[in-house]
Design a protein around this ligand. Structure first.
Ligand SMILES: N[C@@H](CCC(=O)N[C@@H](CS)C(=O)NCC(=O)O)C(=O)O
Length: 210
């Protein structure tokens, strides 16, 4: 049995969504954030030393890192769904977008989003971060112009991984002038399996809770 450790308001919603898209059977253990620091707590640290979500136990592997989990689950349990086959023409682009979400896009977006809570970025750092966010989100916007999915003609794991970041950018007001990304985010969030993931795991962004 696959076990998912889900932290409220977090990236582990991606993995609930993935499992629901695939119709896989899994156990879910819920973890709460510390109400003041918003960090994961000792119950998640007891599972993985980094106390990060998603953490998954699958085939006796303890895994964290959304992109790796998505890739592994699809490899082992996807039965050809949600990823272009190894050797197919879309495979390289798929892997690039799957890992772009966390490798390049997520950090600057999250830093910019959290900055007000910590008194802002300061004069020196703000242009550095904000310039990067503009460049990255413009790149995504340009890619999504006239496209339904991140890669090829179908929904893939790359869509699951990037939608978390798109949703944060949306909540942080960063997509106001990026209509293709906004429409894409709404399209992804309208999928039945995404809605099921929110029903099971709660909202992704605390300010949208309730
Ligand atoms: N690159 C990792 C990031 C994992 C991560 O930072 N998860 C956050 C939740 S969105 C977390 O567990 N935060 C709790 C903490 O750091 O205390 C991934 O994509 O899975």
């Amino acid at each position: 049995m696959i076990k998912l450790h889900h932290l409220e308001y977090s990236r582990s919603t991606r993995i609930i969504w993935l499992f629901e898209e695939l119709g896989l059977k899994y156990d879910m253990v819920r973890h709460q954030r510390h109400p003041e620091t918003m960090r994961a707590q000792a119950d998640l640290a007891a599972i993985h030393p980094l106390a990060k979500a998603p953490t998954v136990i699958v085939d006796d592997h303890l895994m964290m890192e959304s992109g790796a989990i998505i890739e592994y689950i699809l490899e082992q349990y996807g039965e050809g769904r949600l990823a272009p086959a190894v050797g197919s023409k879309d495979r390289a682009e798929y892997l690039e977008w799957l890992h772009f979400a966390e490798g390049t896009l997520a950090n600057p977006v999250i830093i910019q989003m959290l900055a007000p809570r910590f008194g802002g970025l300061g004069e020196g750092y703000a242009p550095f971060v904000e310039g990067e966010v503009v460049k990255l989100l413009d790149y995504v916007e340009h890619h999504l112009d006239n496209r339904e999915y991140m890669v090829g003609d179908g929904f893939t794991g790359a869509d699951i991984n990037i939608t978390y970041v798109i949703e944060l950018a949306m909540a942080g007001g960063m997509l106001a002038n990026r209509p293709a990304s906004m429409a894409y985010g709404k399209r992804m969030m309208a999928r039945a399996a995404y809605k099921k993931a929110i029903e099971l795991g709660g909202p992704v962004v605390p300010t949208l809770a309730g």
